[in-house]
Write a protein that binds this ligand. Structure first.
Ligand code: 9MR
Length: 424
């Protein structure tokens, strides 16, 4: 893309670009006041140059989370024997692509080596095992992790604590032990409790509130709650529910929240085109909610492409949960997110998150992130008259905009600013 040299024109072009018509997710998220838009990266993804290209494009994904490589079974498979090679590959990839690293995860019942699971522990010995694990792993990555998921998936659906080796021996004191160890090993990393099904007002969400309060009452630091957000098309929470949920974690004493593993899967395939629009709407609700809550620092999707996702392996027959299709084409969900982020930037909206938002110069040469295509009938010419209909979140107006200006039934063309109006 060549930017014009005339300063007045340049300013207008930059405004239009920052309005989102060409920018990508991480650029737009930052311009809207968030810290990042990111993705999980699994070690095997990096064996493939196409995946490397998409996952390493920091215009889209400015943050990376290792899918498996920093878990207990990967980092301390035998007691006292630490292996960081695979974790380092992801950390180095993120660093060389200018990506923030979210580190995942320290104390979790799954992917926990047998020696921890079946050891004959008492309180002292298991505390020592936790402290040794955390001080070595967090210490190894000290200064590199924006955040750590310190405890993962410790709740049952009814809000009670999940039965695991840590709870059995230490009771609920293991939360404070783990958070304390992580804080000591890296005073500057953000410490998160992370779980799935934390995205609605529910007994489990109340359980996460309880964990935040428990750790704080023990005098230890906990900074954030990570909502994994493994959602299902047709069943995702509304933006307002998501906002209430995030607020509950902040009210409990967390200073930030994040969507840490977002994907929205179809429970049967193939997805219809209306299904893809519904999925876009639901990704849009997550985006809208994160923008509305100042403490929501960012959104991480669990991978980028429907060709590489944990979903079909775990839920046979389910899938197509991500933002790019199997041919690496952007899906309507991508467009919905980018349009909503773009509108937030240009309207000065968005909650903002530390550190302060910076407006980045758009230098991308990749294909524009277009809103969902408007349906235009013959002879219309796309000039804003009758005959064309733009779907939800499509651009419908703004200086220099020559596309369809009529929104689908039930939607209004809302002015964000001089350069951007959107069907909402
Ligand atoms: O993406 C991970 C997948 O490769 C592993 O097989 C799986 C095994 O537990 O874990 C996946 O990641 C999970 C994450 O660590 C915690 N939340 C659920 C994720 C999807 O299962």
């Amino acid at each position: 893309m060549h930017l014009p040299i005339n300063p007045a024109v340049t300013a207008a072009v930059l405004l239009a670009l920052s309005g989102g018509v060409s920018a990508q997710l991480n650029q737009l998220a930052k311009a809207a006041g968030k810290l990042y838009f990111g993705t999980a990266i699994h070690g095997e993804d990096l064996n493939d140059s196409t995946q490397q290209k998409f996952l390493g494009d920091s215009n889209d994904f400015g943050q990376a989370t290792p899918g498996n490589e920093m878990k207990w079974d990967a980092t301390e498979p035998n007691r006292g024997q630490f292996t960081f090679g695979n974790g380092d590959k992801i950390a180095n990839f993120a660093s060389s692509h200018g990506q923030i690293l979210r580190c995942h995860t320290l104390v979790w019942y799954a992917q926990l080596p047998g020696w921890v699971q079946s050891g004959n522990w008492n309180k002292d010995s298991l505390t020592s095992v936790i402290n040794t694990h955390i001080s070595n792993v967090v210490g190894h990555y000290k200064g590199k992790c924006y955040a750590w998921d310190v405890v993962n998936e410790a709740l049952n659906e009814d809000g009670s604590y999940r039965n695991n080796p840590f709870l059995r021996v230490l009771g609920d004191s293991y939360f404070a032990i783990a958070f304390d160890a992580a804080a000591k090993a890296d005073p500057n990393t953000k410490l998160y409790y992370n779980d799935y099904n934390l995205e609605t007002l529910s007994p489990k969400q109340q359980g996460a509130v309880k964990i935040v309060k428990l750790v704080k009452a023990a005098g230890k630091r906990i900074d954030g709650v990570g909502m994994q957000a493994h959602l299902i098309v047709g069943q995702s929470p509304s933006a307002s529910t998501l906002q209430s949920v995030m607020q509950s974690y902040l009210d409990a004493g967390a200073t930030e929240v994040a969507f840490t593993e977002l994907d929205i899967r179809f429970s049967s395939l193939p997805a219809s085109s209306s299904g893809l629009q519904q999925q876009a709407k639901e990704y849009g609700a997550v985006t809208t909610a994160c923008l509305a809550i100042k403490g929501c620092v960012g959104i991480t999707t669990w991978g980028y492409s429907d060709a590489h996702s944990w979903v079909p392996g775990t839920f046979p027959g389910n899938g197509d949960a991500l933002l790019y299709d199997r041919n690496n084409q952007k899906k309507p969900a991508y467009s919905a997110i980018s349009s909503i982020l773009a509108a937030a930037k240009t309207s000065g909206g968005g909650g903002g998150a530390p550190p302060a938002a910076t407006t980045t110069l758009v230098t991308s040469t990749t294909a524009p992130a277009q809103p969902p295509p408007a349906t235009t009938t013959a002879g219309n010419g796309g000039g804003g008259g009758g005959g064309c209909v733009s779907p939800q979140w499509a651009q419908c107006g703004g200086q220099g905009f020559s596309g369809c200006k009529t929104c689908a039934s039930g939607l209004t063309c809302k002015v964000s600013n001089d350069y951007y109006s959107q069907c909402v």
